[in-house]
Design a protein around this ligand. Structure first.
Ligand code: AMP
Length: 143
């Protein structure tokens, strides 16, 4: 990987696989590989900048329009009614992939979801495969 390449730019370029939920000219949304809860998604501008303060107006507008839409699809498919949106900028602020992104994290009655201290488990591939397909279909329908 070159300096400005991250795991997300490889995903955007289709060089490594992901559970894709949505893609257009400016944005991609995928399931997180180490989710806090089922349906934990990442909404990622294709623009290669590390943190939100560097993002162009065009990509910012596209992200703003998409976050509610993708949240609705995730709630619909997971059955969750509550969720967190998390966005980390910088190492000390818990950012680990230095390509700007937003987390959408469903919160469930049993406590699964964002917890302090942060606690995640590896993705369930069978569940992720079914869920990403359903969310993708819902988003294609324009929900
Ligand atoms: P952050 O700490 O805000 O930078 O979050 C980065 C997120 O990217 C973490 O929740 C990781 O689990 C997630 N992640 C890292 N690699 C991948 C990948 N290959 N596919 C999906 N999510 C990933």
């Amino acid at each position: 990987m070159s300096e400005e390449e991250t795991i997300f730019s490889l995903i955007i370029d289709g060089r490594i696989p992901s559970y894709k939920l949505y893609e257009d000219e400016l944005i991609i949304a995928i399931l997180d590989i180490n989710p806090f809860s089922p349906g934990h998604a990442l909404v990622i501008p294709k623009e290669k900048v590390a943190t939100l303060d560097k993002l162009s107006e065009k990509s910012s507008a596209a992200i703003g329009a998409l976050l509610p839409k993708i949240s609705r699809a995730i709630l619909n498919i997971t059955g969750a009614t509550e969720f967190n949106v998390l966005q980390n900028n910088g190492k000390k602020a818990f950012q680990s992939v230095f390509h700007v992104h937003f987390h959408i994290i469903p919160k469930f009655e049993d406590g699964r979801g964002l917890q302090f201290p942060f606690k995640s488990t590896p993705i369930d591939h069978e569940e992720a495969s079914i869920m990403s397909e359903k969310i993708q279909q819902l988003l294609l329908q324009g929900t």
